[in-house]
Design a protein around this ligand. Structure first.
Ligand code: UDP
Ligand code: MG
Length: 160
């Protein structure tokens, strides 16, 4: 791929990431953002936001029949979250690796959950599990549909 100005017909992959209320309360916003920045993905949208219940339910609708669903909704609406859109080739799968396993005790050291959390119900961060869900979640949360259009000066030093 060419380094600057990817052709418009090439759709660039995006992942939807949330720093959950525990991550915000524990002062981990900078640390978590930093993992994605340093890896070399491009931040295209970001907001500090108190998530309403109906949005949380829609976001996690695939899990609505699971026993932990009510607690999950309480958790994600219990305080402000930071939500973000990150862009780059392979960003969805790579972000899942950077985040680590759902249960932080099983997450590898070096991952966000492996380094920074201990419980599944307080695992600090969300990342889309497929490119299609990335699109769905970004459309759901960035209601005005506007991500920031910009390119980083680092791009030619990240992508040959
Ligand atoms: N969760 C939970 N108990 C469980 C499984 C999941 O509280 O037994 C919560 C946890 O916060 C998790 C979220 O529900 O991050 C979504 O679950 P999923 O299986 O999609 O995990 P993820 O994709 O976040 O790793
Ligand atoms: Mg999931």
């Amino acid at each position: 791929a060419s380094s600057v100005g990817a052709p418009a017909y090439l759709e660039v992959e995006q992942s939807y990431i949330i720093i959950k209320p525990d991550g915000v309360q524990r002062g981990l916003v900078g640390e978590i953002i930093s993992r994605f920045e340093k890896k070399g993905f491009l931040l295209k949208g970001l907001k500090l936001f108190q998530c309403p219940k109906d949005l949380a339910q829609e976001h996690y609708k695939d899990l609505k029949d699971r026993p932990f669903f009510p607690k999950l909704i309480d958790y994600i609406t219990s305080g402000p979250v930071v939500y973000m859109a990150w862009e780059g080739d392979g960003v969805v799968a790579s972000a899942r690796k950077l985040i680590g396993a759902t249960n932080p005790l099983q997450a590898e050291p070096g991952t966000i959950r492996g380094d920074l959390a201990v419980q599944t119900g307080r695992n600090g961060v969300h990342g889309s599990d497929s490119p299609d869900n990335g699109k769905r979640e970004i459309a759901l949360w960035f209601k005005d549909g506007k991500l920031c259009q910009w390119e980083s000066v680092q791009t030619p030093w990240l992508i040959e």
